[in-house]
Design a protein around this ligand. Structure first.
Ligand SMILES: C[S@@+](CC[C@H](N)C(=O)[O-])C[C@H]1O[C@@H](n2cnc3c(N)ncnc32)[C@H](O)[C@@H]1O
Length: 207
């Protein structure tokens, strides 16, 4: 059941491919969350990008600054695009739960959206285990009150979940992260096949 849901979602992202970047071209919030990391990471840090998509902008931004970036995404097409866009990175096709190791920083931009709400605690604690103690974690989400809600997105049907900001903060703190900075932005996609949204960026540390 679970695996079938994930392969449907992965297939949707295979079809979306680089139209994702065309629909969301100006990722100012994501770039500034990347800058927050760059200001704090020692040179050549190990960074894990969960649900890395096309590798743009985040894997490219961090690898371009000399960090050792590993990206994980369950969509084969997204992994192909990320390898093309960020040749210095290492990109693996697989589920977020399969990611292993300890990283100086983990980023999860708009990937928790794709999980049902009852999986948020498990997914966030998995992310927590992947960050070394004292390491950094950046999460972004769309703000909404939705659970496994069908959404027409760039010609595909995906299922999305989201929380209001206080509830998201509580989940992130319950997983063991300390939130150091928060950014809230209104975002208008460049495509009529995606709706305007409020984006939340939480920049955190694993104490
Ligand atoms: C909304 S896109 C965000 C892409 C990128 N992080 C960004 O912000 O530009 C979500 C990405 O996460 C991937 N994804 C969703 N759930 C995943 C999971 N359980 N394991 C691995 N990848 C996942 C999708 O294939 C897609 O590329």
């Amino acid at each position: 059941m679970q695996a079938a849901r994930e392969s449907r979602q992965a297939a949707a992202f295979d079809h979306i491919g680089d139209r994702y970047d065309e629909a969301f071209p100006h990722k100012d919030g994501q770039i500034s969350a990347g800058e927050w990391l760059l200001d704090r990471l020692p040179p050549e840090s190990a960074v894990l990008d969960l649900g890395c998509g096309t590798g743009l902008p985040t894997a490219a931004q961090l690898a371009g600054a000399g960090h050792r970036v590993t990206g994980v995404d369950y969509s084969a097409e997204m992994v192909r695009l990320a390898r093309r866009n960020v040749p210095q990175g290492v990109f693996l096709q697989g589920d977020l739960y399969e990611a292993e190791g300890r990283y100086d920083a983990v980023v999860a931009f708009f990937v928790l959206l794709m999980f049902p709400l009852d999986e948020f605690p498990g997914a966030l604690s998995r992310m927590h285990r992947l960050v070394r103690p004292g390491g950094l974690f950046c999460l972004s989400m769309v703000e909404a009150d939705l659970d496994d809600h069908p959404l027409a997105f760039l010609g595909q049907e995906v299922r999305v979940s989201a929380l209001l900001r206080d509830d998201l903060r509580a989940e992130v703190e319950a997983a063991g992260f300390a939130i150091e900075e928060e950014q809230v932005l209104s975002y208008a996609p460049a495509s009529t096949q995606a709706v305007p949204e409020v984006q939340l960026f939480l920049s955190c540390r694993r104490p």
